[in-house]
Design a protein around this ligand. Structure first.
Ligand code: 5GP
Ligand code: MN
Length: 316
């Protein structure tokens, strides 16, 4: 069980540490990377010894994030000591991958915004009203009177924009937009960031063409789902936006993407208009937000689909 701390206590904990490891979650997105890298840049400028770990491949579309070259993969069997390990944007410890084994910190701090947070760290700063950890970073800099620069602003804008679907999702609040507006004052060009985030490889778009025919419906069209079977699965394709195709169909409440990364390892992405999919994901050992959540089901794809659709059918 974590001790929940205030923003000021979070800031002071970061200030007090000399050696800090920041870490993202696996399947890294713009929020975990932008938030971790913007904070890493600031702390490095303060003369601290900073390491950034990301135990996964990083999508090419995120390679523009300032400081992305700081990201290292933890090496299996190695040991890294630090005053502080900061887990950014991960609601459970299994989301950090090998970092959990490699890093031996004196203190473990989690900065997060997931309603499904499992309180795994020694200390937790959780703001489940924030659309992104990027918003938390804006609050932190303001509370601590830390000086931001344009690169940090790009990092945090990318974080916010990613998690609120470019200010279109239900988690977008007046504060989300105010934070974004303040970041623009530092010189962030929203069109440039959106172009970077939306760029896709040819292989990705070609895969989409093969995946869309799998579109199926359940519960009188209230559930729509697509499937990337293991024979279609391409590690290098960026499939995170595929779930928006079933999501934006008229009458659909819950959209699901099943992705067979192995024949019996099925990554599930859920998006919903009213169902609490975070609860559904949690019941399968995953997590997320009310309207965007995910989990992994260890079964053949047909079984995984049956199991998940059985639970969802009772909720729509
Ligand atoms: P996505 O569908 O884009 O992979 O994930 C949607 C949301 O659910 C994200 O906020 C992500 O962090 C969370 N999420 C996805 N998969 C998992 C998982 O396996 N475990 C946990 N704890 N959260 C997940
Ligand atoms: Mn996030």
């Amino acid at each position: 069980m974590s001790k929940e701390i205030s923003l000021l206590e979070t800031g002071r904990m970061l200030q007090a540490a000399e050696s800090i490891v920041l870490c993202t979650h696996v399947s890294p997105d713009g929020d975990t990377l932008g938030s971790a890298l913007g904070l890493a840049r600031f702390l490095r400028q303060q003369g601290k010894q900073i390491t950034v770990f990301c135990d996964d491949d990083i999508n090419k579309s995120l390679s523009f994030i300032p400081g992305i070259e700081m990201c290292q993969r933890p090496v299996e069997g190695s040991t890294v000591t630090a005053d502080l390990l900061v887990v950014v944007d991960a609601s459970s410890f299994d989301r950090v991958g090998l970092v959990a084994d490699v890093v031996k910190p004196k203190v473990l701090l989690n900065i997060d915004h997931h309603i499904s947070n499992t309180r795994f760290a020694d200390y937790l700063y959780l703001d489940d009203k924030a659309a992104a950890v990027g918003e938390v970073m804006c609050d932190l800099f303001e509370a601590m009177h830390w000086q931001m620069d344009e690169e940090m602003a790009v990092c945090f804008y990318t974080a916010i924009s990613t998690d609120c679907g470019s200010f279109r999702y239900a988690n977008t609040t007046p504060k989300t937009m105010r934070d974004a507006a303040k970041l623009l004052e530092y010189g962030v060009q929203p069109n440039e960031i959106s172009d970077c985030l939306d760029i896709r490889s040819r292989a990705t778009v070609e895969l989409l063409g093969k995946v869309l025919p799998s579109l199926s419906f359940a519960c009188e069209g209230k559930i729509a789902y697509i499937t990337i079977t293991n024979d279609l699965y391409d590690k290098n394709a960026q499939t995170d936006s595929f779930v928006s195709y079933p999501r934006y169909i008229d009458g659909v409440d819950v959209a699901v993407m099943f992705k067979a990364v192995e024949p019996e390892v099925i990554r599930v992405s859920m998006r919903s208009k009213s169902v609490d999919v975070a609860q559904v994901a949690l019941s399968f050992g995953g997590g997320g937000h009310l309207r965007a959540a995910g989990c992994t089901i260890y079964a053949p794809v047909e079984t995984a689909r049956e199991q998940l659709l059985a639970v969802l059918s009772k909720l729509v």
